[in-house]
Design a protein around this ligand. Structure first.
Ligand code: FE2
Ligand code: FE2
Length: 313
């Protein structure tokens, strides 16, 4: 087993606790200061680093920033005191850390964050240099997490390619759109099952967590060295033509075309499959809804090409 985790904290008691908690599951390394931590990372391939925030010499964010520059694939987690929460949230928003845990920590929560982090690390490794067929398998594995969406990524890819071909996209880009459509929701690997499969409406806070899947997925794809078209699809598939989407609120043609295409395919598939909160719509009804989203959620010129294709789906 070569997946290692490294804990960094100037309070040695904490290091002892974490060692007890994790050494049965993963080779667990510890460092009581950031300089030692960087030394350890030089000699060991560390999959996940979990660092305290307040430490002498260098704070946890500075350490994780250095780690990011030197070892971008290592997944970074910050542990902070409750009153430092703002720092942690900023660090997440700026892409410096993947997740954070507050002190005093809850063992169960810490474990689940660590498991998520290892999953993310594995996903990057698997995607790297993977054949297309392997990428589909990876996408399907992620899909299993979301109970309502079996077969979703494959269907979205099919619809997206047809639409892209109708829009005159070249062969090379068609291939990349297919991969991007397969992987568009791969960032869901970081979202707790309890939120992903929650019955009934999500709280505002839960929805904010779901929204992270675009950025998380795009980061994974970037680290795995996948093409820009694939990354753009993952990052922007929830943008809306009127600028009211996420994660960036891009508007109109500022949204890469490949993402505008996948967004139509994604919504069409969501409408024509059963969801926990409603049955599936007929093709006619779904097309009517797409038509009604022209200029608001969706790119009108692309939507116009869709009905003729949908007859063959
Ligand atoms: Fe999504
Ligand atoms: Fe989707």
């Amino acid at each position: 087993m070569n997946e290692k985790i490294l804990f960094v904290d100037d309070e040695v008691n904490n290091l002892e606790c974490w060692k007890r908690l994790f050494s049965d599951s993963f080779p667990t390394l510890t460092a009581s200061n950031p300089v030692d931590a960087l030394d350890i990372m030089k000699d060991n391939r560390v999959s996940v680093i979990v660092s305290d925030y307040k430490m002498p010499q260098m704070n946890g964010i500075e350490l994780l920033q250095r780690a990011k520059r030197l070892y971008p694939e290592t997944v970074r987690v910050l542990i902070t005191a409750c009153n430092e929460m703002k720092i942690a949230v900023d660090a997440i928003n700026e892409g410096e850390v993947y997740k954070f845990v507050t002190k005093p920590w809850d063992d169960r929560e810490l474990k689940s964050v660590v498991v998520d982090s290892f999953n993310r690390h594995r996903l990057i490794q698997q995607m790297r240099a993977a054949e297309d067929s392997t990428l589909l398998t990876i996408a399907q594995a992620v899909e299993l997490k979301d109970h309502s969406t079996k077969g979703h990524c494959d269907r979205v890819a099919r619809y997206a390619i047809e639409l892209a071909a109708a829009a005159g996209v070249n062969r090379q880009m068609l291939r990349q759109i297919r991969v991007g459509a397969w992987l568009h929701d791969c960032g869901k690997i970081g979202i707790p099952d309890s939120i992903l499969n929650k019955e009934g409406p999500l709280s505002l806070e839960q929805f904010e967590i779901i929204k992270n899947h675009c950025v998380w997925g795009a980061d994974v794809a970037r680290l795995a060295g996948l093409p820009e078209v694939v990354i753009d699809i993952i990052l922007h598939h929830h943008e809306r033509y009127d600028g009211k989407g996420y994660p960036f609120g891009l508007k109109g043609e500022d949204i890469p075309m490949e993402a505008r295409i996948v967004s139509i395919a994604d919504i069409y598939d969501a409408l024509t499959t059963d969801r926990p909160y409603r049955g599936k719509y007929t093709r006619e009804k779904a097309l009517e809804i797409l038509e009604g989203s022209k200029g608001s959620a969706l790119d009108a010129s692309l939507v116009d090409k869709f009905p003729a294709l949908a007859r063959t789906f």
